[in-house]
Design a protein around this ligand. Structure first.
Ligand code: APR
Length: 172
């Protein structure tokens, strides 16, 4: 049985087995969650990402996919980098956003992670409306989370995000 929890705060301060990064396809860093994770985690994470780019991920990480690296100095074992879709008003990319949560959970389970922390993927720079982002996050995790994952923690950076996830959890 996997428990879903909500926390107000920074993803970089979560003492969990795996922290999910809202990355971009280059895997070479950015702002928001990406910037915070690389800043707090240190150069080891970027070095690991560069190795991925030099190998199997020569063309970068595709939207909706996920890949794990060391967590460097973060209080976690792994960082799972995933690339969310940029919100579009003309194309429904919901399946790609759901894939970020599903693929991250799959990799976390493969790594034997028992606890995993997610940010609200795509709801920042990538412009996804928070309520819909929360709905997709909660429904996908509810459907996909399985052993050995025991806790999925959504880490919300501000009150509006926290309230949106509370509403999504309360929905059937
Ligand atoms: N901890 C938790 N959540 C955070 C943090 C943090 N330290 N910093 C920002 N957030 C929240 C934002 O408020 C937003 O709700 O994470 C959510 C995702 O925002 P972004 O980090 O902008 O990620 P995303 O919208 O997926 O855009 C990804 O932004 O930083 C670049 O390199 C990244 O190109 C990629 C794009």
């Amino acid at each position: 049985m996997t428990t879903l929890t909500l926390v107000r705060g920074s993803i970089t301060e979560q003492h969990v087995d795996a922290v999910v990064n809202a990355a971009n396809s280059s895997l070479l860093g950015g702002g928001g969650v990406d910037g915070a994770i690389h800043r707090a985690g240190g150069p080891e994470i970027l070095a690991a990402c560069r190795t991925l780019r030099a190998g199997h991920y020569g063309r970068g990480l595709a939207t909706g996919q996920a890949v794990a690296t060391t967590a460097g100095r973060l209080p976690a074992e792994h960082v799972i980098h995933t690339v969310g879709p940029v919100h579009s008003t003309t194309e429904d990319r919901s399946a790609l956003l759901a894939s970020c949560y599903r693929e991250s959970l799959r990799i976390a389970a493969d790594l034997g992670a028992r606890t995993i922390a997610f940010p609200a993927i795509s709801t920042g720079v990538y412009g996804w409306p928070m309520d819909d982002g929360a709905r997709i996050a909660v429904s996908t995790v509810r459907a996909e989370a399985a052993a050995p994952v025991e806790e999925v923690r959504f880490v919300l950076f501000d009150e509006a995000a926290y309230r949106a996830f509370e509403r999504a959890l309360a929905a059937d």
